[in-house]
Design a protein around this ligand. Structure first.
Ligand code: ASP
Ligand code: MG
Length: 829
């Protein structure tokens, strides 16, 4: 014997009732004996509540609602029942609706709807649906009978939420089924007192009906057919990657359904738990799917054995309560005083206030608990009254209720005795800047709950879900500003590498927001990086940096990274705010790090405090490893004596190409034409950019310099400074040609070469045109390469040299990309 139960959506229309009938008939063909419990048609219970409320308020519109409800049932009946049986079925439905009409009219006249009356009103939902379905099954040739559960389930008089008398009920069920061989279609939810007054078992109570029946009949399994694929790892509306579980235990199901994931009505589990009857949650609209099996010990089930799961996953699901309020009883008067908690919770219980979680630290200084927000005010009042004396004496602080909080809980029986679970939970939350306000774990260890700010709920659920269920998959949510040459190339590279990273690094880089100077666009599910242009045009809005940052913060996505590919000072002004919001930053923009030393330090601190990354390897030498070399040297205990570098691709090119046969200004002119210089080459030749880079390296080494401390040699004649255009500048530069040629000749006489070198030594940073000999690593440089040499206590005689292409969109974007990968390694380490 199996007990089947079909919920409101499963019997919500003629179309779904046909599927339900098909499922039932299939079991019949397999000679499986089934009892079937049904809910009211979807939404009907709510509509009955509304109708009676309107009637009780004297609002005549209830009549219209009621006739709509009648039409709804008749429409379904017309589609299901053939002409020959219609008159009989319609007559019965009409009788039921006449009774309901009279009843609601009574409510209207009396302006009163007692719980007792309401139960009778609500019972019509299930009585109508079960009758209709039983008749439809007969239509299909099955021998089905309508069974009004008021004949078999006996309860007390707690209307709306009646308590079952199991002794009487079990007897009645067994007697009834002994005498009735036919397929029974039973009304869920409704029951009756011994005096035959109609009661109900609480909202969602049809599940409970099924389990009462299953336990009484010692069914081999109960199938709860609903509209989802069973019990999911998390609420799929919050966590898009949630998936359904193949098996869980009764305890886990109870923990899960207690907390938000309303797949099963919690009391349902009690009768089956005692009788050890497995329960399966299935999807009427996805019949081939096996659903979730709820049983006593799912870990020993064949499913798990077949999967060869020696040890089932410890955490089975994540549930949440969206809104709670937290109250704290706090004060010196509590320490070592017995009876405080008894008074507190006694007083709360007396007011009927339900406590969701409780925590008390061993210092005994505070007791914190959470309640539903509807109870917050009453709880606060109760505390103030109960402890009025202590508060007056200053021994207890006047309590306040904190709102806008949520609870997230991880659930799983195997969490018991599995170390590291809470560690993983808190790391996941911490890395994403989610502060934990309170923690509770029952000593059953089947549920670990944390209280967090409500605005972080979505992010927390997703990060925690990822940490426990998708440790095999990582995501990075990227917000990119600046789609110039570098930004554009980065988007291309992300698009190209997508498949590789998914496959080899199980890493998904989602571009959630983009902005150029004109427009910006966002998508929570990710934008196509290959189509950024059309995206900005079609779904974009006007760009606004402040709005961009605001949006990014509001979206509050886990593993967020802000990528700044602009060269703008304005954007860097937001860095601190971004980091403080627990969002990592990756950028080639060096303006933030080469501003004041104080600002530099503040950003480092902000990143550390928020537990996020601030990476800027491309500030110096594009993707050449420079910053990370310094960090590695320092971390491994080396001592850096000197850093020398040719840190500008442009200046590298100019002096690598300069020969005594050519004029220096011609070399510059030619480089400008090739696009190797800034629009005005003066910017390059002033050496400011190089100064910023050596400044950043100095700071990384730990030397607190300011930009004005960097000594930069001025190679330009005064007229160059006054030139108003690139052309004028190049003209003025000719005045220096003689000087440059002379310096070059002098160098050549000593078999040396001219190089524009930045040096950091003895806490001094300089940027100069130097003459270097053949034994110097910079002597043999060519093209526009960058080169950096580190002289350290370990690399004393033969310095550590890094050399290669140090400019250009390709390598810079690649460096930004590599930093992004570092962020994901950090987040998922
Ligand atoms: N029809 C009732 C309700 O909506 C009982 C049930 O469907 O489980 O709460
Ligand atoms: Mg670099």
């Amino acid at each position: 014997m199996k007990v089947l139960k079909f919920g409101g959506t499963s019997v919500g229309s003629a179309k779904s009732i046909k599927i339900v009938a098909d499922i039932i008939l299939q079991y019949q063909q397999q000679q499986m004996h089934c009892a079937t419990v049904v809910s009211a048609m979807g939404g009907v219970t709510d509509r009955l509540l509304d109708i009676s409320q309107e009637a009780a308020q004297g609002n005549e519109e209830y009549k219209e609602r009621l006739s709509e409800l009648e039409k709804h049932h008749f429409t379904a009946a017309r589609e299901l029942i053939g002409v020959h049986a219609q008159s009989k079925v319609f007559a019965r439905l009409k009788t039921l609706f006449n009774e309901l009409d009279d009843l609601v009219h009574g409510v209207y006249l009396l302006r009163e709807r007692s719980p007792r009356t309401m139960d009778l009103v609500l019972s019509f939902g299930e009585r109508l649906s079960a009758y209709l379905i039983s008749q439809y099954l007969n239509e299909l040739g099955a021998r089905a009978e309508f069974l009004d559960a008021r004949e078999i389930i006996v309860t007390d008089k707690t209307f709306n939420n009646a308590k079952v008398d199991f002794t009487a009920t079990n007897q009645k069920i067994q007697d009834y089924f002994r005498d009735h061989e036919a397929l029974q279609i039973v009304t869920g939810f409704v029951a009756a007192t011994p005096e035959q007054e109609t009661t109900t078992l609480g909202r969602g109570g049809s599940d409970y009906t099924a389990s009462i029946l299953g336990a009484a009949l010692n069914a081999e399994e109960i199938e709860i057919w609903t509209d989802v694929d069973g019990v999911m790892t998390a609420d799929p509306r919050q966590v898009s990657t949630a998936f359904s579980l193949d098996a869980i235990s009764y305890i886990e199901a109870m923990e899960m359904s207690h907390f938000g994931a309303k797949v099963i009505y919690p009391p349902t589990l009690l009768p089956v738990l005692g009788a050890n009857i497995p329960l399966r949650i299935r999807n009427t609209f996805h019949r081939e799917f096996p659903g979730t099996l709820v049983s006593k010990n799912p870990y020993a089930s064949t499913v798990h054995q077949a999967l060869n799961n020696a040890k089932a996953p410890a955490v089975k699901g994540i549930s949440s309560i969206k809104e709670v309020a937290m109250l704290t009883l706090e004060g010196s008067g509590m320490v070592g005083t017995p009876g405080i908690s008894s008074r507190l919770f006694g007083a709360l219980a007396q007011r009927g206030i339900n406590i969701i979680i409780i925590t008390q630290a061993s210092s005994e200084h505070t007791i914190t608990f959470a309640v539903s927000p509807a109870d917050a005010e009453a709880a606060q009042r109760t505390m103030s009254e109960e402890f009025a004396n202590e508060i007056a004496a200053g021994k207890i602080i006047p309590p306040v209720a904190e709102r806008n909080l949520s609870i997230v809980a991880i659930v799983g029986e195997n969490m018991r005795q599995t170390p590291g679970i809470s560690g993983r939970l808190f790391i996941a939350l911490g890395r994403n800047g989610v502060n934990v306000r309170a923690i509770a774990q029952g000593s059953s260890e089947a549920n670990l709950s944390v209280v967090i700010a409500q605005r972080n709920l979505h992010k927390a659920l997703n990060t925690v879900h990822e940490a426990f269920f998708l440790s095999e998959k990582k995501t990075l949510n990227v917000f990119l500003v600046g789609i110039g040459l570098i930004g554009k190339t980065l988007l291309q590279q992300i698009a190209q590498q997508r498949e590789y990273l998914q496959k080899n690094r199980i890493l998904e880089i989602s571009v959630i927001g983009i902005a150029n100077s004109k427009r910006m666009a966002f998508s929570e599910t990710g934008l196509n990086p290959g189509e950024w242009q059309s995206t900005l045009e079609q779904v974009g809005e006007e760009a606004d940096m402040q709005a961009f940052v605001q949006r990014m913060k509001e979206m509050n996505m886990p593993n967020s990274v802000f990528v700044d590919c602009t060269a703008s000072q304005d954007v860097t002004e937001y860095y601190a705010e971004v980091l403080q919001s627990a969002i990592s930053i990756v950028t080639p923009n060096k303006l933030a790090n080469s501003g004041s030393h104080q600002a530099y330090q503040q950003l480092q601190m902000a990143a550390r405090q928020a537990g996020v990354q601030f990476l800027y390897e491309t500030n110096v030498g594009a993707s050449l490893p420079v910053i990370r070399v310094i960090q590695d040297l320092k971390d491994s205990g080396d001592k850096i004596y000197k850093i020398e570098g040719i840190l500008s691709g442009t200046l590298s090119y100019l002096f690598n190409t300069f020969t005594s046969e050519k004029r220096f200004s011609d070399i510059v002119r030619q480089a400008k034409e090739l696009g190797y210089t800034e629009p005005n080459p003066r910017e390059d030749l002033l050496g400011t950019d190089v100064a910023r880079k050596i400044l950043i390296l100095a700071r990384e080494v730990g030397i607190p310099l300011e930009l004005q401390d960097v000594e930069v040699e001025n190679m330009l004649p005064p007229a160059c400074m006054e030139a108003n255009s690139p052309e004028e500048f190049l003209k003025a530069l000719e005045a220096a040609d003689g000087d440059f040629t002379q310096r070059l000749r002098q160098a050549e006489e000593q078999s040396e070469k001219l190089r524009f070198v930045a040096t950091l030594e003895d806490e001094r940073a300089t940027v100069r045109l130097l003459s270097v000999g053949a034994d110097h690593p910079f002597y043999a440089l060519s093209g526009s390469d960058n080169i950096i040499s580190f002289t350290t206590s370990r690399y004393r005689d033969r310095p550590l040299v890094v050399k290669g292409s140090g400019a250009g969109a390709e390598v810079t974007a690649a460096g930004v990309f590599a930093d992004l990968i570092s962020v994901s390694n950090y987040l998922y380490q």
